[in-house]
Design a protein around this ligand. Structure first.
Ligand code: AMP
Length: 193
């Protein structure tokens, strides 16, 4: 993976471990020569991650909609800042520019971005590995819910398993490097329904 897209909270979260995890991920990316693609903001875990990569001499591309440049305080020291017209264009551009996607802890924006990428993989629109950094068990209930969705036959096990989860950034990147997307039909009972 030459370019990794990271979704992350525009807030820092309640515990210092979240910020520490953003720093560790930034260092791990630079250590293996991966450039960062992210939402272009200076705030929250997004800003911490970008600063870490820049400080370590890595390459950072930010993609931010014009309407959010002031609100999210666009980072003005990135290797490359792309100002786009809409949220939709932001997500499509971030996905196009990257070979894999990671979510750090974050809020509604982070979750929305993560699930959009997963649904694109599920439909076979791309085959990029997708992982979460489960810092302090932040995503535990989300993973439980996805297992519930599988048990209730709304999600195929293979599609739930597309979401790789690790606590350690290097381990997650290793798993993503070896990942092959499933080629499973999205509809569980299509012949019978
Ligand atoms: P949050 O996780 O809510 O703190 O937001 C993290 C990032 O996701 C911020 O850069 C938000 O602007 C972004 N975001 C929020 N909603 C969306 C959306 N619908 N599409 C793309 N990015 C979004």
């Amino acid at each position: 993976m030459k370019h990794v897209c990271v979704f992350a909270g525009s807030n820092l979260g309640a515990f210092p471990e979240y910020e520490a995890a953003a720093r560790k991920l930034g260092s791990a990316l630079v250590a293996r020569g991966c450039a960062l693609v992210y939402g272009g903001a200076k705030v929250g875990l997004m800003g911490v991650l970008a600063d870490t990569v820049l400080e370590a001499g890595g390459h950072v591309t930010g993609v931010i909609p014009a309407g959010l440049v002031a609100k999210e305080v666009a980072h003005d020291e990135l290797s490359n800042l792309r100002v786009v017209d809409s949220m939709h264009e932001r997500k499509a551009t971030m996905a196009d520019l990257s070979d894999g996607v990671i979510a750090l802890p974050g809020g509604l924006g982070t979750l929305e971005e993560l699930f959009e990428v997963l649904t694109w993989t599920q439909l076979g629109l791309h085959a990029k590995p997708c992982g979460i950094l489960n810092v302090r068990g932040y995503f535990d209930q989300l993973l439980s819910f996805l297992n519930h969705a599988v048990a209730q036959r709304f999600v195929a096990r293979e599609h739930r398993d597309m979401l790789l989860s690790e606590v350690d950034a290097t381990k997650l990147l290793d798993r993503m490097e070896g990942y092959r997307a499933p080629t499973v039909e999205k509809w569980l009972d299509r012949e019978t329904s």
